[in-house]
Design a protein around this ligand. Structure first.
Ligand code: PEP
Ligand code: MG
Length: 595
Protein backbone atom coordinates (compact mmCIF):
# COMPACT_ATOMS: atom_id res chain seq x y z
CA UNK A 1 0.00 0.00 0.00
CA UNK A 2 1.33 3.38 -0.89
CA UNK A 3 -0.56 5.47 1.71
CA UNK A 4 -3.70 5.95 3.69
CA UNK A 5 -5.58 9.23 3.50
CA UNK A 6 -8.44 10.78 5.38
CA UNK A 7 -10.99 12.51 3.16
CA UNK A 8 -13.27 15.05 4.76
CA UNK A 9 -16.73 14.95 3.25
CA UNK A 10 -17.93 18.41 4.28
CA UNK A 11 -21.60 17.94 3.35
CA UNK A 12 -22.12 14.73 5.21
CA UNK A 13 -19.62 15.69 7.98
CA UNK A 14 -18.11 12.25 8.01
CA UNK A 15 -14.66 10.89 7.60
CA UNK A 16 -13.75 8.53 4.80
CA UNK A 17 -10.53 6.59 4.93
CA UNK A 18 -8.85 5.82 1.67
CA UNK A 19 -6.37 2.99 1.20
CA UNK A 20 -4.36 3.38 -1.97
CA UNK A 21 -3.13 0.31 -3.82
CA UNK A 22 -3.09 -0.87 -7.39
CA UNK A 23 -6.31 -1.43 -9.35
CA UNK A 24 -5.96 -4.72 -11.23
CA UNK A 25 -9.53 -5.40 -12.31
CA UNK A 26 -11.88 -2.64 -13.40
CA UNK A 27 -15.20 -1.70 -11.90
CA UNK A 28 -16.44 -0.55 -8.54
CA UNK A 29 -18.02 -2.75 -5.90
CA UNK A 30 -19.33 -2.14 -2.44
CA UNK A 31 -19.75 -4.69 0.29
CA UNK A 32 -18.81 -6.00 3.71
CA UNK A 33 -15.35 -7.33 4.40
CA UNK A 34 -14.75 -11.05 4.79
CA UNK A 35 -11.22 -12.42 5.17
CA UNK A 36 -10.41 -15.44 3.04
CA UNK A 37 -9.06 -18.14 5.32
CA UNK A 38 -5.55 -19.19 4.30
CA UNK A 39 -3.12 -21.85 5.36
CA UNK A 40 -0.76 -19.09 6.45
CA UNK A 41 -2.42 -18.96 9.80
CA UNK A 42 -1.33 -21.77 12.09
CA UNK A 43 -3.57 -24.83 12.15
CA UNK A 44 -6.05 -24.22 14.98
CA UNK A 45 -6.35 -26.76 17.74
CA UNK A 46 -9.93 -27.85 18.21
CA UNK A 47 -11.21 -30.13 20.93
CA UNK A 48 -13.43 -32.97 19.68
CA UNK A 49 -16.48 -34.48 21.30
CA UNK A 50 -15.91 -38.11 22.27
CA UNK A 51 -18.37 -39.33 19.61
CA UNK A 52 -16.42 -37.53 16.83
CA UNK A 53 -12.99 -38.96 17.60
CA UNK A 54 -13.22 -42.08 15.41
CA UNK A 55 -14.60 -40.02 12.48
CA UNK A 56 -11.58 -37.77 12.80
CA UNK A 57 -9.22 -40.78 12.75
CA UNK A 58 -10.98 -41.99 9.58
CA UNK A 59 -10.61 -38.55 7.99
CA UNK A 60 -6.91 -38.63 8.88
CA UNK A 61 -6.44 -42.12 7.40
CA UNK A 62 -8.13 -41.07 4.17
CA UNK A 63 -5.73 -38.14 3.90
CA UNK A 64 -2.75 -40.42 4.54
CA UNK A 65 -4.01 -42.76 1.78
CA UNK A 66 -4.35 -39.82 -0.62
CA UNK A 67 -0.83 -38.66 0.23
CA UNK A 68 0.50 -42.21 -0.33
CA UNK A 69 -1.19 -42.43 -3.72
CA UNK A 70 0.28 -39.08 -4.76
CA UNK A 71 3.75 -40.10 -3.60
CA UNK A 72 3.60 -43.47 -5.34
CA UNK A 73 2.73 -41.65 -8.55
CA UNK A 74 5.49 -39.11 -8.04
CA UNK A 75 8.10 -41.72 -7.14
CA UNK A 76 7.47 -43.49 -10.48
CA UNK A 77 8.57 -40.53 -12.53
CA UNK A 78 10.68 -39.61 -14.31
CA UNK A 79 11.05 -42.51 -16.66
CA UNK A 80 10.22 -45.08 -13.95
CA UNK A 81 13.84 -44.85 -12.77
CA UNK A 82 13.92 -45.75 -9.08
CA UNK A 83 17.49 -44.45 -8.70
CA UNK A 84 16.61 -41.06 -10.10
CA UNK A 85 17.11 -38.40 -7.38
CA UNK A 86 13.49 -37.23 -7.72
CA UNK A 87 12.20 -40.78 -7.28
CA UNK A 88 14.48 -41.22 -4.26
CA UNK A 89 13.03 -38.15 -2.56
CA UNK A 90 9.47 -39.31 -2.97
CA UNK A 91 10.43 -42.83 -1.89
CA UNK A 92 11.87 -41.29 1.28
CA UNK A 93 8.58 -39.45 1.79
CA UNK A 94 6.75 -42.76 1.43
CA UNK A 95 9.03 -44.24 4.08
CA UNK A 96 8.19 -41.37 6.41
CA UNK A 97 4.50 -42.04 5.81
CA UNK A 98 4.98 -45.73 6.53
CA UNK A 99 6.81 -45.06 9.81
CA UNK A 100 5.37 -44.89 13.33
CA UNK A 101 4.65 -41.19 12.81
CA UNK A 102 1.20 -41.98 11.44
CA UNK A 103 0.33 -44.24 14.38
CA UNK A 104 1.60 -41.61 16.81
CA UNK A 105 -0.64 -38.98 15.21
CA UNK A 106 -3.64 -41.31 15.53
CA UNK A 107 -2.84 -41.82 19.22
CA UNK A 108 -2.67 -38.05 19.72
CA UNK A 109 -6.11 -37.62 18.09
CA UNK A 110 -7.55 -40.25 20.43
CA UNK A 111 -5.69 -39.39 23.62
CA UNK A 112 -6.00 -35.61 23.40
CA UNK A 113 -9.29 -35.57 21.44
CA UNK A 114 -7.89 -33.05 18.97
CA UNK A 115 -8.35 -32.41 15.23
CA UNK A 116 -6.12 -34.35 12.85
CA UNK A 117 -4.38 -31.25 11.47
CA UNK A 118 -3.22 -30.35 14.95
CA UNK A 119 -2.15 -33.92 15.71
CA UNK A 120 -0.03 -34.36 12.60
CA UNK A 121 1.53 -30.97 13.05
CA UNK A 122 2.50 -31.62 16.64
CA UNK A 123 3.85 -35.16 16.02
CA UNK A 124 5.76 -34.30 12.86
CA UNK A 125 6.85 -31.01 14.42
CA UNK A 126 8.49 -32.96 17.25
CA UNK A 127 10.29 -35.32 14.83
CA UNK A 128 11.30 -32.48 12.56
CA UNK A 129 12.74 -30.45 15.49
CA UNK A 130 14.84 -33.47 16.58
CA UNK A 131 16.06 -33.93 13.03
CA UNK A 132 16.87 -30.24 12.60
CA UNK A 133 19.04 -30.39 15.73
CA UNK A 134 21.31 -33.17 14.37
CA UNK A 135 24.96 -32.27 13.83
CA UNK A 136 25.33 -34.08 10.49
CA UNK A 137 24.18 -31.69 7.77
CA UNK A 138 23.05 -34.52 5.51
CA UNK A 139 20.68 -35.93 8.12
CA UNK A 140 19.73 -32.53 9.46
CA UNK A 141 18.39 -31.46 6.07
CA UNK A 142 15.87 -34.26 6.12
CA UNK A 143 13.69 -32.26 8.52
CA UNK A 144 12.46 -30.41 5.44
CA UNK A 145 11.24 -33.73 4.06
CA UNK A 146 9.33 -34.42 7.25
CA UNK A 147 7.71 -31.00 7.01
CA UNK A 148 6.92 -31.65 3.38
CA UNK A 149 5.09 -34.85 4.28
CA UNK A 150 3.15 -33.01 7.00
CA UNK A 151 2.10 -30.40 4.42
CA UNK A 152 0.97 -33.08 2.00
CA UNK A 153 -1.26 -34.75 4.57
CA UNK A 154 -2.70 -31.43 5.73
CA UNK A 155 -3.39 -30.46 2.13
CA UNK A 156 -5.16 -33.75 1.52
CA UNK A 157 -7.33 -33.08 4.56
CA UNK A 158 -8.21 -29.64 3.24
CA UNK A 159 -9.62 -31.33 0.15
CA UNK A 160 -12.30 -32.85 2.37
CA UNK A 161 -13.39 -29.56 3.88
CA UNK A 162 -16.62 -27.94 2.82
CA UNK A 163 -16.23 -25.17 0.25
CA UNK A 164 -16.56 -21.52 1.03
CA UNK A 165 -19.99 -19.88 0.89
CA UNK A 166 -20.46 -16.12 0.70
CA UNK A 167 -23.27 -13.72 1.36
CA UNK A 168 -24.05 -11.34 -1.51
CA UNK A 169 -22.35 -7.93 -1.32
CA UNK A 170 -19.19 -9.30 0.19
CA UNK A 171 -15.72 -7.91 -0.35
CA UNK A 172 -13.18 -10.71 0.00
CA UNK A 173 -9.81 -9.80 1.51
CA UNK A 174 -6.67 -11.96 1.58
CA UNK A 175 -2.88 -11.76 1.63
CA UNK A 176 -2.97 -13.15 -1.90
CA UNK A 177 -5.27 -15.51 -3.80
CA UNK A 178 -4.69 -18.53 -5.96
CA UNK A 179 -6.35 -18.15 -9.36
CA UNK A 180 -8.53 -21.17 -8.65
CA UNK A 181 -9.71 -19.48 -5.44
CA UNK A 182 -10.82 -16.48 -7.50
CA UNK A 183 -12.72 -18.83 -9.85
CA UNK A 184 -14.37 -20.44 -6.85
CA UNK A 185 -15.23 -17.02 -5.39
CA UNK A 186 -16.59 -15.79 -8.73
CA UNK A 187 -19.45 -18.30 -8.46
CA UNK A 188 -20.70 -16.25 -5.49
CA UNK A 189 -20.28 -12.88 -7.27
CA UNK A 190 -18.44 -11.01 -4.52
CA UNK A 191 -18.67 -7.22 -4.81
CA UNK A 192 -14.90 -6.90 -4.89
CA UNK A 193 -11.55 -8.41 -4.00
CA UNK A 194 -8.63 -6.95 -2.05
CA UNK A 195 -5.16 -8.46 -1.56
CA UNK A 196 -1.90 -7.37 0.00
CA UNK A 197 0.31 -8.54 -2.83
CA UNK A 198 -0.05 -9.11 -6.57
CA UNK A 199 0.38 -7.32 -9.88
CA UNK A 200 -1.61 -6.50 -13.02
CA UNK A 201 -0.42 -9.66 -14.78
CA UNK A 202 -0.76 -12.01 -11.76
CA UNK A 203 -3.06 -14.89 -12.61
CA UNK A 204 -5.45 -13.98 -9.79
CA UNK A 205 -5.83 -10.50 -11.36
CA UNK A 206 -6.31 -11.91 -14.85
CA UNK A 207 -9.05 -14.21 -13.57
CA UNK A 208 -10.70 -11.36 -11.64
CA UNK A 209 -10.83 -9.36 -14.88
CA UNK A 210 -12.19 -12.35 -16.76
CA UNK A 211 -15.04 -12.61 -14.24
CA UNK A 212 -15.42 -8.84 -13.97
CA UNK A 213 -14.77 -8.69 -10.27
CA UNK A 214 -13.41 -5.29 -9.17
CA UNK A 215 -10.04 -5.87 -7.54
CA UNK A 216 -7.40 -3.84 -5.74
CA UNK A 217 -4.04 -5.26 -4.72
CA UNK A 218 -1.00 -3.86 -2.90
CA UNK A 219 -2.88 -2.96 0.31
CA UNK A 220 -0.12 -3.87 2.75
CA UNK A 221 -0.97 -4.78 6.37
CA UNK A 222 -4.59 -4.95 5.34
CA UNK A 223 -5.64 -6.52 8.62
CA UNK A 224 -4.55 -3.34 10.40
CA UNK A 225 -6.97 -1.22 8.42
CA UNK A 226 -9.94 -3.48 7.76
CA UNK A 227 -11.90 -5.79 9.98
CA UNK A 228 -14.59 -8.36 9.23
CA UNK A 229 -17.92 -6.70 8.47
CA UNK A 230 -16.52 -3.25 7.54
CA UNK A 231 -18.43 -1.67 4.67
CA UNK A 232 -15.95 -0.75 1.95
CA UNK A 233 -15.89 0.36 -1.66
CA UNK A 234 -13.37 -1.35 -3.92
CA UNK A 235 -12.48 0.87 -6.85
CA UNK A 236 -10.63 -1.28 -9.36
CA UNK A 237 -10.18 1.71 -11.68
CA UNK A 238 -8.38 4.07 -9.30
CA UNK A 239 -6.84 1.34 -7.14
CA UNK A 240 -8.49 2.68 -4.01
CA UNK A 241 -10.38 1.09 -1.16
CA UNK A 242 -12.74 3.48 0.62
CA UNK A 243 -13.86 2.82 4.10
CA UNK A 244 -16.83 4.71 5.43
CA UNK A 245 -17.35 4.74 9.16
CA UNK A 246 -21.10 5.39 9.10
CA UNK A 247 -21.94 2.57 6.72
CA UNK A 248 -23.31 4.53 3.76
CA UNK A 249 -21.75 4.77 0.34
CA UNK A 250 -18.88 7.26 -0.02
CA UNK A 251 -19.85 10.17 -2.25
CA UNK A 252 -19.41 9.78 -5.95
CA UNK A 253 -19.54 5.99 -5.85
CA UNK A 254 -22.35 3.81 -7.12
CA UNK A 255 -23.88 1.34 -4.72
CA UNK A 256 -24.00 -1.49 -7.26
CA UNK A 257 -21.14 -3.71 -8.26
CA UNK A 258 -20.04 -3.48 -11.87
CA UNK A 259 -21.88 -5.72 -14.30
CA UNK A 260 -21.96 -5.13 -18.02
CA UNK A 261 -25.55 -5.09 -19.23
CA UNK A 262 -26.53 -7.64 -21.83
CA UNK A 263 -27.72 -5.04 -24.32
CA UNK A 264 -24.18 -3.69 -24.57
CA UNK A 265 -23.25 -6.94 -26.27
CA UNK A 266 -23.25 -6.80 -30.01
CA UNK A 267 -22.35 -9.04 -32.85
CA UNK A 268 -19.37 -8.29 -35.02
CA UNK A 269 -17.64 -10.22 -37.74
CA UNK A 270 -13.91 -9.93 -38.56
CA UNK A 271 -12.20 -6.72 -37.46
CA UNK A 272 -10.18 -4.63 -39.92
CA UNK A 273 -8.15 -1.49 -39.49
CA UNK A 274 -9.35 1.44 -41.59
CA UNK A 275 -6.71 0.63 -44.22
CA UNK A 276 -8.05 -2.92 -44.55
CA UNK A 277 -5.63 -5.00 -42.46
CA UNK A 278 -7.53 -7.84 -40.83
CA UNK A 279 -6.92 -8.43 -37.14
CA UNK A 280 -8.15 -11.70 -35.66
CA UNK A 281 -9.53 -11.36 -32.18
CA UNK A 282 -9.68 -14.42 -29.96
CA UNK A 283 -10.31 -14.64 -26.27
CA UNK A 284 -8.51 -16.04 -23.24
CA UNK A 285 -11.11 -18.22 -21.53
CA UNK A 286 -11.62 -21.42 -19.60
CA UNK A 287 -15.36 -21.08 -19.06
CA UNK A 288 -17.59 -21.86 -22.08
CA UNK A 289 -20.20 -19.32 -20.89
CA UNK A 290 -17.56 -16.59 -20.89
CA UNK A 291 -16.45 -17.73 -24.33
CA UNK A 292 -20.00 -17.43 -25.66
CA UNK A 293 -20.21 -13.85 -24.35
CA UNK A 294 -16.86 -13.10 -25.99
CA UNK A 295 -18.03 -14.59 -29.28
CA UNK A 296 -21.16 -12.44 -29.21
CA UNK A 297 -18.87 -9.45 -28.67
CA UNK A 298 -16.78 -10.36 -31.72
CA UNK A 299 -14.13 -12.90 -30.63
CA UNK A 300 -13.42 -15.89 -32.82
CA UNK A 301 -12.16 -18.88 -30.83
CA UNK A 302 -10.04 -19.23 -27.70
CA UNK A 303 -6.41 -18.21 -28.22
CA UNK A 304 -5.36 -19.29 -24.74
CA UNK A 305 -7.01 -21.82 -22.46
CA UNK A 306 -5.04 -21.89 -19.21
CA UNK A 307 -5.59 -25.51 -18.19
CA UNK A 308 -3.88 -25.00 -14.83
CA UNK A 309 -6.94 -23.03 -13.76
CA UNK A 310 -8.71 -26.40 -13.52
CA UNK A 311 -6.49 -27.23 -10.56
CA UNK A 312 -8.54 -26.67 -7.42
CA UNK A 313 -7.65 -23.97 -4.93
CA UNK A 314 -6.55 -26.80 -2.66
CA UNK A 315 -3.97 -27.75 -5.30
CA UNK A 316 -5.81 -30.90 -6.46
CA UNK A 317 -5.14 -31.82 -10.07
CA UNK A 318 -8.23 -32.69 -12.16
CA UNK A 319 -8.29 -36.36 -13.16
CA UNK A 320 -8.45 -37.48 -16.79
CA UNK A 321 -12.26 -37.66 -16.90
CA UNK A 322 -12.63 -34.19 -15.44
CA UNK A 323 -10.18 -32.87 -18.00
CA UNK A 324 -11.93 -34.58 -20.91
CA UNK A 325 -15.24 -33.07 -19.76
CA UNK A 326 -13.80 -29.55 -19.39
CA UNK A 327 -11.87 -29.52 -22.68
CA UNK A 328 -14.74 -31.10 -24.62
CA UNK A 329 -17.22 -28.56 -23.29
CA UNK A 330 -15.00 -25.74 -24.51
CA UNK A 331 -14.25 -27.49 -27.82
CA UNK A 332 -18.01 -27.78 -28.39
CA UNK A 333 -18.51 -24.09 -27.60
CA UNK A 334 -15.80 -22.87 -29.98
CA UNK A 335 -16.49 -25.32 -32.84
CA UNK A 336 -14.44 -24.49 -35.93
CA UNK A 337 -13.02 -21.28 -34.44
CA UNK A 338 -10.87 -23.52 -32.26
CA UNK A 339 -9.37 -23.52 -28.78
CA UNK A 340 -5.63 -23.51 -28.02
CA UNK A 341 -5.29 -25.56 -24.83
CA UNK A 342 -2.09 -24.85 -22.95
CA UNK A 343 -0.76 -27.80 -20.95
CA UNK A 344 -0.44 -27.16 -17.18
CA UNK A 345 1.63 -24.05 -16.56
CA UNK A 346 2.58 -24.53 -12.89
CA UNK A 347 3.38 -27.27 -10.41
CA UNK A 348 0.55 -28.02 -8.02
CA UNK A 349 2.49 -30.67 -6.09
CA UNK A 350 5.13 -28.15 -5.14
CA UNK A 351 2.83 -25.76 -3.36
CA UNK A 352 3.01 -26.16 0.36
CA UNK A 353 -0.14 -26.00 2.43
CA UNK A 354 0.40 -22.34 3.25
CA UNK A 355 0.06 -21.49 -0.44
CA UNK A 356 3.73 -20.61 -0.74
CA UNK A 357 5.59 -22.58 -3.42
CA UNK A 358 8.36 -24.70 -1.93
CA UNK A 359 10.99 -23.90 -4.59
CA UNK A 360 13.28 -20.98 -3.88
CA UNK A 361 12.70 -19.47 -7.33
CA UNK A 362 9.41 -20.96 -8.49
CA UNK A 363 9.21 -18.80 -11.62
CA UNK A 364 12.53 -20.32 -12.71
CA UNK A 365 11.95 -23.78 -11.32
CA UNK A 366 10.44 -27.12 -12.23
CA UNK A 367 7.27 -25.68 -13.69
CA UNK A 368 5.21 -25.71 -16.90
CA UNK A 369 6.76 -27.87 -19.65
CA UNK A 370 9.62 -28.82 -17.31
CA UNK A 371 7.15 -30.33 -14.85
CA UNK A 372 5.31 -32.00 -17.74
CA UNK A 373 8.47 -33.65 -19.07
CA UNK A 374 9.74 -34.75 -15.67
CA UNK A 375 6.33 -36.06 -14.60
CA UNK A 376 5.36 -37.87 -17.77
CA UNK A 377 2.34 -39.57 -16.20
CA UNK A 378 0.57 -36.26 -15.62
CA UNK A 379 1.59 -34.94 -19.02
CA UNK A 380 0.45 -38.06 -20.89
CA UNK A 381 -2.86 -38.05 -19.04
CA UNK A 382 -3.44 -34.44 -20.02
CA UNK A 383 -2.52 -35.07 -23.65
CA UNK A 384 -4.94 -38.02 -23.76
CA UNK A 385 -7.70 -35.77 -22.43
CA UNK A 386 -6.92 -33.05 -24.99
CA UNK A 387 -6.84 -35.58 -27.84
CA UNK A 388 -10.19 -36.99 -26.77
CA UNK A 389 -11.66 -33.48 -26.82
CA UNK A 390 -10.24 -32.93 -30.31
CA UNK A 391 -13.10 -35.05 -31.67
CA UNK A 392 -15.64 -32.52 -30.42
CA UNK A 393 -14.27 -29.28 -31.89
CA UNK A 394 -11.04 -27.83 -33.24
CA UNK A 395 -8.30 -28.12 -30.62
CA UNK A 396 -4.65 -27.00 -30.66
CA UNK A 397 -2.00 -27.76 -28.03
CA UNK A 398 0.23 -25.04 -26.57
CA UNK A 399 3.43 -25.89 -24.67
CA UNK A 400 4.21 -23.41 -21.86
CA UNK A 401 7.56 -21.88 -20.91
CA UNK A 402 9.62 -23.37 -23.72
CA UNK A 403 13.27 -22.34 -23.36
CA UNK A 404 15.04 -24.67 -25.81
CA UNK A 405 14.43 -26.95 -28.77
CA UNK A 406 14.94 -30.15 -26.73
CA UNK A 407 11.79 -29.30 -24.77
CA UNK A 408 9.80 -29.05 -28.00
CA UNK A 409 11.20 -32.28 -29.44
CA UNK A 410 10.62 -34.26 -26.26
CA UNK A 411 7.09 -32.93 -25.82
CA UNK A 412 6.26 -33.62 -29.47
CA UNK A 413 7.53 -37.15 -29.17
CA UNK A 414 5.45 -37.77 -26.03
CA UNK A 415 2.35 -36.32 -27.71
CA UNK A 416 2.93 -38.50 -30.74
CA UNK A 417 3.44 -41.65 -28.65
CA UNK A 418 0.20 -41.00 -26.68
CA UNK A 419 -1.64 -40.45 -29.96
CA UNK A 420 -0.27 -43.65 -31.52
CA UNK A 421 -1.20 -45.61 -28.42
CA UNK A 422 -4.77 -44.28 -28.60
CA UNK A 423 -5.03 -45.08 -32.30
CA UNK A 424 -3.75 -48.60 -31.77
CA UNK A 425 -6.41 -49.00 -29.08
CA UNK A 426 -8.98 -48.26 -31.75
CA UNK A 427 -9.67 -44.67 -30.70
CA UNK A 428 -10.50 -41.97 -33.14
CA UNK A 429 -8.30 -38.92 -32.53
CA UNK A 430 -7.40 -35.85 -34.58
CA UNK A 431 -3.93 -34.49 -35.11
CA UNK A 432 -3.90 -31.12 -33.30
CA UNK A 433 -1.54 -28.34 -34.25
CA UNK A 434 1.22 -27.81 -31.70
CA UNK A 435 2.40 -24.37 -30.69
CA UNK A 436 4.64 -22.89 -28.01
CA UNK A 437 4.47 -20.01 -25.59
CA UNK A 438 7.17 -17.46 -26.33
CA UNK A 439 8.01 -15.89 -22.99
CA UNK A 440 11.67 -16.68 -22.24
CA UNK A 441 14.52 -14.60 -23.76
CA UNK A 442 16.32 -17.68 -25.16
CA UNK A 443 13.16 -18.54 -27.09
CA UNK A 444 12.95 -15.04 -28.52
CA UNK A 445 16.51 -15.32 -29.79
CA UNK A 446 16.08 -18.84 -31.20
CA UNK A 447 12.50 -18.44 -32.42
CA UNK A 448 13.50 -18.75 -36.10
CA UNK A 449 14.95 -22.25 -35.54
CA UNK A 450 12.13 -23.25 -33.19
CA UNK A 451 9.54 -22.24 -35.78
CA UNK A 452 10.63 -25.22 -37.91
CA UNK A 453 9.37 -27.60 -35.24
CA UNK A 454 5.99 -26.09 -34.46
CA UNK A 455 2.79 -24.85 -36.09
CA UNK A 456 2.18 -21.55 -34.32
CA UNK A 457 3.38 -19.21 -31.59
CA UNK A 458 1.63 -17.68 -28.59
CA UNK A 459 3.46 -14.59 -27.47
CA UNK A 460 3.03 -14.37 -23.69
CA UNK A 461 3.93 -10.79 -22.94
CA UNK A 462 3.21 -11.12 -19.21
CA UNK A 463 6.09 -13.51 -18.69
CA UNK A 464 8.16 -12.05 -21.51
CA UNK A 465 8.38 -8.74 -19.62
CA UNK A 466 9.06 -10.63 -16.37
CA UNK A 467 11.89 -12.76 -17.77
CA UNK A 468 13.39 -10.18 -20.10
CA UNK A 469 13.57 -7.45 -17.46
CA UNK A 470 14.09 -9.81 -14.50
CA UNK A 471 11.14 -8.34 -12.62
CA UNK A 472 8.60 -10.39 -10.65
CA UNK A 473 5.19 -9.88 -12.26
CA UNK A 474 3.43 -10.77 -8.99
CA UNK A 475 5.28 -8.27 -6.84
CA UNK A 476 3.66 -4.85 -6.68
CA UNK A 477 6.72 -3.35 -4.96
CA UNK A 478 8.68 -3.67 -8.21
CA UNK A 479 5.75 -2.65 -10.44
CA UNK A 480 7.77 0.39 -11.55
CA UNK A 481 10.36 -1.93 -13.13
CA UNK A 482 7.72 -3.98 -14.92
CA UNK A 483 7.91 -1.88 -18.07
CA UNK A 484 5.82 -3.16 -20.93
CA UNK A 485 7.08 -0.30 -23.10
CA UNK A 486 10.76 -0.84 -22.32
CA UNK A 487 12.61 -0.58 -25.68
CA UNK A 488 14.06 -4.08 -25.08
CA UNK A 489 10.54 -5.52 -24.80
CA UNK A 490 9.44 -3.88 -28.05
CA UNK A 491 12.60 -5.17 -29.80
CA UNK A 492 11.90 -8.70 -28.53
CA UNK A 493 8.30 -8.58 -29.81
CA UNK A 494 9.53 -7.36 -33.19
CA UNK A 495 12.06 -10.21 -33.43
CA UNK A 496 9.34 -12.79 -32.69
CA UNK A 497 6.71 -11.39 -35.05
CA UNK A 498 9.19 -11.04 -37.92
CA UNK A 499 10.69 -14.52 -37.42
CA UNK A 500 7.22 -16.09 -37.38
CA UNK A 501 6.17 -14.20 -40.50
CA UNK A 502 9.37 -15.33 -42.27
CA UNK A 503 8.71 -18.93 -41.23
CA UNK A 504 5.09 -18.66 -42.39
CA UNK A 505 3.52 -19.51 -39.04
CA UNK A 506 0.96 -17.37 -37.16
CA UNK A 507 1.56 -15.66 -33.82
CA UNK A 508 -1.19 -14.91 -31.35
CA UNK A 509 -0.30 -12.21 -28.82
CA UNK A 510 -2.03 -13.41 -25.68
CA UNK A 511 -0.53 -11.54 -22.72
CA UNK A 512 -2.35 -8.69 -20.99
CA UNK A 513 -0.57 -6.23 -23.28
CA UNK A 514 -2.86 -7.39 -26.10
CA UNK A 515 -5.94 -6.48 -24.07
CA UNK A 516 -4.90 -2.91 -23.36
CA UNK A 517 -6.00 -0.27 -25.91
CA UNK A 518 -2.91 1.81 -25.07
CA UNK A 519 -0.59 -0.87 -26.46
CA UNK A 520 -2.68 -1.97 -29.44
CA UNK A 521 -1.33 0.53 -32.01
CA UNK A 522 2.19 -0.50 -30.94
CA UNK A 523 1.45 -4.20 -31.40
CA UNK A 524 -0.22 -3.66 -34.76
CA UNK A 525 2.64 -1.38 -35.81
CA UNK A 526 5.11 -4.12 -34.86
CA UNK A 527 3.21 -6.58 -37.06
CA UNK A 528 0.76 -8.36 -34.71
CA UNK A 529 -2.27 -9.70 -36.60
CA UNK A 530 -3.83 -12.07 -34.05
CA UNK A 531 -4.71 -11.11 -30.50
CA UNK A 532 -6.17 -13.17 -27.69
CA UNK A 533 -7.73 -11.03 -25.01
CA UNK A 534 -10.12 -11.03 -22.07
CA UNK A 535 -13.83 -10.53 -22.62
CA UNK A 536 -13.82 -7.06 -21.10
CA UNK A 537 -11.28 -5.78 -23.62
CA UNK A 538 -13.12 -6.89 -26.77
CA UNK A 539 -15.48 -3.94 -27.26
CA UNK A 540 -12.94 -1.13 -26.67
CA UNK A 541 -10.40 -2.92 -28.87
CA UNK A 542 -12.77 -3.41 -31.79
CA UNK A 543 -13.66 0.28 -31.69
CA UNK A 544 -10.00 1.27 -31.62
CA UNK A 545 -8.74 -1.18 -34.24
CA UNK A 546 -11.40 -0.26 -36.77
CA UNK A 547 -10.57 3.45 -36.34
CA UNK A 548 -6.79 3.33 -36.85
CA UNK A 549 -4.65 2.55 -39.86
CA UNK A 550 -2.02 -0.21 -39.68
CA UNK A 551 0.22 1.95 -41.88
CA UNK A 552 0.06 4.83 -39.40
CA UNK A 553 0.68 2.41 -36.53
CA UNK A 554 3.83 1.10 -38.28
CA UNK A 555 5.06 4.68 -38.85
CA UNK A 556 4.35 5.50 -35.20
CA UNK A 557 6.38 2.47 -34.04
CA UNK A 558 9.21 3.49 -36.40
CA UNK A 559 9.24 6.95 -34.82
CA UNK A 560 9.80 5.35 -31.37
CA UNK A 561 13.28 4.26 -32.48
CA UNK A 562 14.82 7.43 -31.10
CA UNK A 563 13.37 6.84 -27.60
CA UNK A 564 15.71 5.39 -25.01
CA UNK A 565 13.36 4.75 -22.11
CA UNK A 566 9.88 3.36 -21.48
CA UNK A 567 8.88 6.79 -20.15
CA UNK A 568 9.87 8.53 -23.39
CA UNK A 569 7.96 5.98 -25.42
CA UNK A 570 4.87 6.39 -23.27
CA UNK A 571 4.97 10.18 -23.58
CA UNK A 572 5.41 10.00 -27.33
CA UNK A 573 2.51 7.57 -27.68
CA UNK A 574 0.27 9.66 -25.48
CA UNK A 575 0.99 12.79 -27.54
CA UNK A 576 0.33 10.97 -30.80
CA UNK A 577 -2.89 9.39 -29.53
CA UNK A 578 -4.19 12.71 -28.19
CA UNK A 579 -3.52 14.43 -31.48
CA UNK A 580 -4.80 11.74 -33.82
CA UNK A 581 -6.96 9.07 -32.20
CA UNK A 582 -8.23 10.53 -28.92
CA UNK A 583 -11.90 9.70 -29.52
CA UNK A 584 -11.08 6.05 -30.22
CA UNK A 585 -9.78 5.33 -26.72
CA UNK A 586 -11.86 4.72 -23.58
CA UNK A 587 -12.35 8.07 -21.75
CA UNK A 588 -9.42 9.10 -19.59
CA UNK A 589 -7.09 6.32 -20.75
CA UNK A 590 -4.77 8.38 -22.90
CA UNK A 591 -4.32 11.18 -20.40
CA UNK A 592 -3.64 9.00 -17.36
CA UNK A 593 -0.29 7.39 -16.60
CA UNK A 594 -0.24 3.93 -18.05
CA UNK A 595 0.82 0.71 -16.35
C1 PEP B 1 1.84 -14.63 -20.56
O1 PEP B 1 2.81 -14.97 -19.86
O2 PEP B 1 1.77 -13.55 -21.17
C2 PEP B 1 0.67 -15.51 -20.69
C3 PEP B 1 -0.28 -15.26 -21.56
O3 PEP B 1 0.59 -16.58 -19.86
P1 PEP B 1 0.27 -16.46 -18.31
O4 PEP B 1 -0.24 -15.08 -18.03
O5 PEP B 1 -0.74 -17.50 -18.02
O6 PEP B 1 1.59 -16.74 -17.67
MG1 MG C 1 3.05 -17.03 -19.16
Amino acid sequence: MKNIDQLADKNAKRSIRRLVGLGVSHGVGKGNVVFLPTGRSPEPRSKLAEKDVEDEVRRFRLAVDTAKRQLLELSKSPAQDKDHPVSEIFSLHLLILGSSIVERAESVIRAQRVNAEWAIKSVLGEYSAKQAALADVHFRDKYLDIEDVASRITRAMKGSRPSLTLDPNTVVVAHEMRPSAVIELAKHRPAGLITEIGGWTSHMSIVAREFRLPMVTGIKNVEKFLKTGDLVVVDGDSGEVLLDADGSSPPGYPTQSFVESANEIRNTSAVSTNDGVEIVIRTNAEDPAIYRTSEALGARGVGLYRSELLISDKGVLPDEDQQVAAYSEMARAVGEFGVAIRTFDGVPEQDSDDGVPSERNPALGLRAIRAGLSKPNFFREQIRAILLASNVGKVDIVLPMISNIDDILQARSMISSVRQEMISNGMNVKDPRIGIMVEVPSTVLAVGQMAKHIDFLCLGTNDLVQYLLAVDRDNDTVAEWYQTLNPAVLSAIKIVLEAAANAGIPTTVCGEMAGSPFYIPVLIGLGARELSINTNSIRPLIKLISGISAGDAAALVYSLKSCETAGEIETKLREYYQENWDSLFPPGLVSSKHR
